[in-house]
Design a protein around this ligand. Structure first.
Ligand code: GAF
Length: 383
């Protein structure tokens, strides 16, 4: 982890409040190896934590209410009540956590917080879930609240769903809170059971190259909500609690029951994507990392053609990485921009980056940003 983020949070705290924080808490962004839009269908996901973090410097406050500042914003925000929607913008994620804790019956201590982050914003790497997770972890520890780790992601998800009003699933908060270094987090989004799957890229001579397309996010909220609605409506028509309950063996019969071609394709993505997560986990359990490449690439095709959540910039990055020799490549996250993951030999990062950059230049796209990521730890206290 880059400790300059922790230093920035400490400095911001001192500047804003004229005193030292009582502690520093960090929570990471995430990439999802495979399993996109499956979380709100009660399905399976396989994210891992990034080395980039949000750091919350925090201390109890002597006066009622909560005050928060951020190195990424001009204003310092104070709130004393926490009705959903009361605080808007970036501070809404903080107020949402306080609201969700209080709504769950916890006595949240008044606090002052300062946030700093190196998780890229608006890139599908869960910068907002990282804010929620860092603040939640800080407030739980500052207040000595008894909230088991396994129950924290659902509480943070409520902040996002109810307070902020974004209809997201439980993957991002789970990744930020429950990931473990060197592992990918296999999460059953219905039972919330987790299995920490070994994912030692370096030992296999491999790397995951992350390509941030830097494409402007467009229509993200509306399109995300529309996908979710379509999946829920399909489950209702099919008479199942969620699309998780449609197996690949059931798929042909299920598709016959649906009149709408768009809905049929949405269902096909979810059913096949859940199976790809299970197949990926099976391969990783026995260390066959290279062999997950075709599953990643098939996942991308499914997101592009059936779920229709990719944009030209991510499709071009996937094609260029594959043409440069990647074992597999796919978009990660909610879609409509964001990042691509490419599974490559560790010594091929330069070549793959150059290939993607050349493809972007040819199409006059904004240049991409790339880096190699290894699975880092979940939310933790730094000091
Ligand atoms: C976003 C959401 F927040 C997640 O819950 C998940 O649905 C993801 O998009 C798509 O897999 O990150």
């Amino acid at each position: 982890m880059d400790m300059t983020v922790a230093s920035s949070a400490t400095e911001a705290f001192r500047n804003a409040y004229g005193t030292d924080p009582a502690g520093l808490w960090a929570a990471p962004g995430r990439v999802n190896l495979i399993g996109e839009h499956t979380d709100y269908n009660d399905g399976f996901v396989l994210p891992f934590a990034l080395p980039q973090h949000v750091v919350a410097a925090a201390a109890p406050a002597g006066t009622p209410g909560w005050t928060v500042c951020s190195t990424l914003a001009e204003e310092t925000v104070t709130f004393t009540t926490t009705e959903p929607g009361g605080v808007e913008g970036w501070a809404g994620y903080v107020a949402g956590i306080v609201w969700a804790l209080r709504d769950a019956g916890f006595d949240v201590p008044p606090a002052r917080l300062a946030l700093a982050s190196d998780v890229p914003l608006g890139s599908g790497l869960s910068s907002s879930a990282a804010v929620e997770s860092a603040v939640l972890t800080a407030l739980v520890e500052l207040g000595g609240l008894e909230l088991p780790l396994a129950e924290r992601p659902a509480l943070a998800q409520r902040a996002e769903n109810v307070y902020v009003g974004a209809p997201t699933g439980i993957m991002d908060q789970s990744a930020s809170i429950r990931c473990v270094e060197g592992r990918a987090l296999f999460l059953d989004c219905r039972s919330l059971a987790v299995e920490q799957i070994p994912f030692d890229l370096a030992a296999a001579g491999l790397a995951i190259l992350i390509v941030n397309s830097n494409a402007p996010h467009q229509h993200v909220d509306g399109e995300y909500g529309a996908r979710r609605k379509s999946c829920e409506e399909a489950a209702r028509i099919l008479g199942v609690p969620a699309l998780r309950d449609v197996t690949p063996d059931d798929l042909a019969a299920a598709l016959e029951k649906l009149d709408d071609d768009v809905m049929r394709r949405r269902v096909r993505h979810i059913v096949t994507e859940n199976q790809r997560v299970l197949d990926t986990v099976t391969l990783l359990r026995t260390g066959r990392i290279r062999e997950i490449g075709p599953l990643m690439t098939a996942s991308h095709a499914s997101m592009r053609d059936d779920f229709e959540i990719t944009v030209d910039q991510v499709d071009v990055a996937v094609e260029a990485a594959l043409a440069a020799g990647a074992y597999g490549a796919r978009m990660t996250g909610g879609g409509f921009g964001g990042c691509v993951l490419a599974l490559i030999d560790a010594d091929q990062a330069g070549k793959t980056t150059a290939a993607v950059e050349a493809a972007y230049e040819k199409r006059s796209f904004t240049a991409p940003t790339t880096w190699s990521a290894t699975p880092g730890p979940g939310a933790t206290r730094l000091s």
